[in-house]
Design a protein around this ligand. Structure first.
Ligand code: KIV
Ligand code: NA
Length: 264
């Protein structure tokens, strides 16, 4: 029987074999991703990707738990990490622990992810010391979209680098086992990766990181438009559209169902 990847195994990948991570939100997709990825993130991107929201801000703990349970059922090998949604952890370490403990207990996942650098260090330490491994997330943090005024690439101005470096060091010192770096220029991603003893997992953050993650639906070509950093490995949306167009045409022409689909 295959054992799941563990938090220490992922942490030990620093400077070694690159970490392969992807998001998934449903059991059937988790099953496919599980065969290839080290880490499956149940990202709060599901608010936009699955539920059609304009941002991740409306995602609830209940939504994360529901999708987390589906992904756990669909996977057996990858380490599953579930995102803490906006409003479920920022108020205090105690609030974060209560909600993260629910995520762990109700989904069976091994770790949570939360956004924020130095300002979240106390919370990361509080959770880690009480048995909840934390993946941190710095750089472009989508839950801060209203502060940033949109999704803005970080680190274009070199004057901002010390603050990003301080964020990376703070979350690593606090006990985070890995660190997502989103939407930062390549030279900053390199400095951040060199600055911490934990693996960095990049998204829109160059190949300087210790691993990579993408939003599954983006890399599969489910959405009409994707950001520059996304490589579209398939055009699933186009294939689905073609399949449904054929079905619709064959229903209208009464070519479906045909002999092969008939009970005798
Ligand atoms: O919600 C998400 O999918 C994420 C990844 C893109 C890192 O946070
Ligand atoms: Na997220």
């Amino acid at each position: 029987p295959l054992r799941r990847m563990t938090v220490p195994q992922i942490a030990a990948r620093k400077g070694a074999e690159p970490i392969v991570a992807l998001t998934a939100y449903t059991a059937p997709m988790a099953r496919i991703v599980d065969a290839h990825a080290d880490v499956i993130l149940v990202g709060d991107s599901l608010g936009m990707v699955v539920h059609g929201m304009d941002s991740t801000l409306g995602v609830t703990l209940e939504m994360m738990i529901l999708h987390g349970r589906a992904v756990m059922r669909g996977s057996r090998r990858a380490l599953v990490v579930v995102d803490m949604p906006f409003g479920s952890y920022e108020e205090s370490p105690q609030q974060a622990f209560g909600n993260a403990a629910r995520v762990i207990a109700e989904t069976g996942c091994a770790a949570v992810k939360l956004e924020g650098g130095a300002r979240m260090a106390d919370t990361i330490r509080f959770l880690t010391e009480r048995g909840i491994p934390v993946m941190a997330h710095i750089g472009l943090t989508p839950q801060s979209t209203n502060i940033m005024g949109g999704f803005k690439t970080q680190g274009r101005d070199e004057a901002s680098w010390p603050a990003h470096l301080a964020d990376a060091r703070a979350v690593a010192d606090a006990g985070a086992f890995s660190l997502v770096i989103e939407g930062v220029v390549a030279p900053l991603a390199r400095q951040l990766t060199e600055a911490v003893p934990i693996p960095t997992i990049g998204i829109g953050a160059s190949a300087e990181c210790d691993g990579q993650i993408l939003v599954l639906d983006d890399m599969l070509g489910m959405n009409a438009r994707t950001p520059k950093f996304v490589k579209r490995y398939a055009e699933i949306g186009r294939d689905i559209d073609a399949a449904i167009a054929r079905y619709a045409a064959e229903v209208r022409s009464r070519d479906f169902p045909a002999e092969d689909q008939l009970y005798r």
